[in-house]
Design a protein around this ligand. Structure first.
Ligand code: PHE
Length: 353
């Protein structure tokens, strides 16, 4: 077999191998095997020196042709295999743009939380600090120190959740213990005045509990915000001005307020505050039961008896207090017909706010 025959045989073998290479890695192996530094072509050409000088040009020419043919075949196969590889990758990484996206619902603060924060911001803007007290409270703070004597109707078992006192200290006759779920945030007034001397400007938001059957306007657990101011020279005029400012900030500057005489054991004089109805503008409608007014809070000048319990000098200091129900304010602001909707967790309702 001449060297030229050898070259042709090698070329045919290589062309077949190129055709059979199933992927780019296999094709590269073929290239190395036949055209690489230690490949078949180099091996064959190594014998070139032994040839007579006049045969060498012809062999050189054929070897160049073989190399060119193999390189062309490798390039062509390379293109084919690259296209196949690309198709495979596109298929594997395909994104179905028609699939519905995955929703990531974002939570928000509950309406009651937000209104409580809004109320707090208004008073913080006036220089008030936030104060806190326990929800499981002593009778002394919830009633006694708030000038509510033991025979007062507000203490009735029908209104208050009493907590069973396991110390054996339970008042056997009435079944009442001196531990209860606070029925209002007013005990925070007492706790604050026990701890601090005037000037006191505090706001106490928190949960309160009453033995009420839930209905459109009652909840057994609800939220109150208590305000307390004690300082020199505080008058009922300061109370009025403060609450009028609050109503304008909360409901809008066009709303009017009205103070009606009322009674609370721990304030004297006491008042209930109404805001003009936002639906009818004060003319009277179903929402305000034809009166043109909506009740929003209770307030009054701190009763000197309360100062007596906490040792604040009634000659030097006077003060006012107020308390409002957050659920009720939310209902008035957003025309919510039933307070229970605020607790049901129905997303169709909650999403509106
Ligand atoms: N604590 C009273 C209530 O729950 C509201 C109130 C607070 C009234 C402060 C006067 C002063 O009804």
């Amino acid at each position: 077999m001449t060297v030229i025959d050898e070259l042709h045989a090698m070329r045919d073998e290589a062309l077949a191998a190129i055709e059979q290479a199933g992927d780019l890695a296999a094709l590269d192996d073929v290239r190395v095997k036949f055209l690489g530094k230690k490949g078949s072509l180099t091996q064959i050409l190594r014998g070139l020196g032994a040839l007579p000088a006049d045969e060498r040009p012809a062999v050189g020419k054929v070897s160049n042709e073989v190399r060119a043919a193999l390189e062309a075949a490798i390039d062509a196969r390379n293109s084919e295999l690259s296209a196949v590889a690309l198709d495979a990758r596109i298929a594997a990484e395909a994104v179905d743009v028609t699939l519905p996206g995955r929703a990531h619902p974002v939570g928000t603060r509950h309406l009651i939380e937000r209104i409580t924060a809004e109320i707090s911001e208004i008073f913080i803007g006036l220089g008030y600090r936030i104060a806190e007290g326990p929800e499981v409270e002593l009778d002394y703070y919830n009633f006694t120190a708030l000038n509510t004597p033991p025979d007062h109707p507000a203490r009735s078992l029908a209104d208050t959740f009493y907590v069973k006192d396991l110390s054996g200290d339970v008042a056997a006759v009435t079944g009442e213990s001196d531990v209860l779920l606070r029925t209002h945030t007013s005990p925070v007034q007492v706790r604050t005045m026990e701890r601090e001397q005037p000037p006191i400007y505090v706001l106490a938001p928190g949960k309160v509990y009453r033995r009420d059957i839930p209905d459109p306007s009652h909840l057994p657990q609800f939220t109150q915000v208590e305000g307390l101011v004690v300082d020199e020279g505080i008058t009922f005029g300061d109370l009025k001005g403060t609450l009028e400012h609050f109503v304008c900030e909360m409901f809008g500057a066009d709303r009017r307020t009205r103070f009606r005489p009322h009674f609370f054991p721990f304030t004297e004089p006491s008042a209930e505050v109404d805001v003009s109805c936002g639906i009818c503008g004060g003319v009277g409608c179903r929402f305000c039961k034809g009166t043109g007014w909506l009740e929003i809070l209770g307030c009054g000048m701190v009763d000197p008896n309360v100062f007596g319990f906490v040792g604040i000098d009634t000659e030097r200091y006077t003060g006012f207090a107020f308390g409002m129900g957050v659920e009720r304010i939310a209902a008035l602001k957003y025309n919510i017909p039933d307070l229970r909707m605020l607790l049901e967790g129905d997303m169709r309702f909650l999403r509106q706010f």
